[in-house]
Design a protein around this ligand. Structure first.
Ligand SMILES: Cc1cc2nc3c(=O)[nH]c(=O)nc-3n(C[C@H](O)[C@H](O)[C@H](O)COP(=O)(O)O)c2cc1C
Length: 217
């Protein structure tokens, strides 16, 4: 008889039960998350609840990452905290857009992510020392996996009915000093979040076709 790892039987049952319910996402769901979704530049007054953010995170956290590492850190800002502490570090038109958004999230990567490895990847007890002894490898993995988590989070935010506007136009040094002093976290990018006012969407820019980016060997 096959020897299962602890929890493996439950994982197999979970996948089988899912496949019985659904194997392909419906087209409207895919359109909401990717196909017809747009980046937003203007916002309605409707506020974003903490519950909705948690719901999105609880979905996003299930996305796969290398060795199950989870370097993404989130700082959510509204009102005066956003206006006084973040907006001055935004560049050009991002300043006005960030002021206008009901909520803004700073997405950072924690370069000390490996301190959780014994909990998140217990099957490899030496994982933490692999990263603590090699800061360059830790940084590379934090950036890769933190950015993956950030992408999952944006898709999850859209799936719970929110709109997003990612931005890299800001002063990273200023943001790091203001929000991550005394930590080993460093800003990745920033997202305005809310219920978008469709008057603020821009024309769709061309995406590269499958044929232009793919090779079969
Ligand atoms: C990582 C990242 C950084 C971005 N930085 C900015 C920015 O600083 N300012 C801005 O107005 N838009 C920014 N954008 C928005 C993109 O230009 C926009 O998402 C893209 O053109 C797709 O638009 P669409 O979703 O309407 O098709 C950024 C997007 C991403 C994913």
């Amino acid at each position: 008889m096959t020897q299962f790892l602890p929890g493996q039987a439950e994982a197999i049952a979970e996948v089988n039960a899912l496949r019985e319910r659904i194997t392909v996402a419906d087209i409207d769901t895919m359109s909401l998350i990717l196909g017809q979704a747009h980046t937003h530049n203007a916002w309605t007054d409707k506020q974003v609840s903490n519950e909705l953010l948690k719901k999105a995170y609880d979905l996003a956290k299930m996305g796969p990452t290398g060795m199950n590492m989870q370097p993404m850190r989130l700082v959510f800002l509204r009102g005066e905290e956003k206006e006084n502490r973040l907006v001055p570090h935004m560049l050009d038109s991002n300043r006005e857009k960030t002021s206008a958004a009901p909520l803004t999230a700073i997405l950072a990567n924690d370069l000390d992510f490996y301190k959780n490895m014994d909990r998140v990847f217990p099957i490899f007890p030496d994982a933490a020392s692999m990263f603590s002894s090699n800061p360059e490898m830790a940084r590379e993995n934090a950036e890769r996996n933190g950015t993956l988590q950030a992408a999952y989070f944006m898709m999850a935010l859209r799936s719970v009915g929110l709109d997003v506007a990612p931005m890299s136009g800001f002063d990273p040094k200023g943001v790091n000093e203001e929000f991550f002093g005394g930590t080993n976290s460093t800003v990745n990018f920033i997202i305005n979040i809310g219920h978008g006012d469709s008057v603020g969407v821009y024309p769709r820019l061309p995406r590269l076709d499958f044929e232009a980016v793919s090779e079969f060997k």
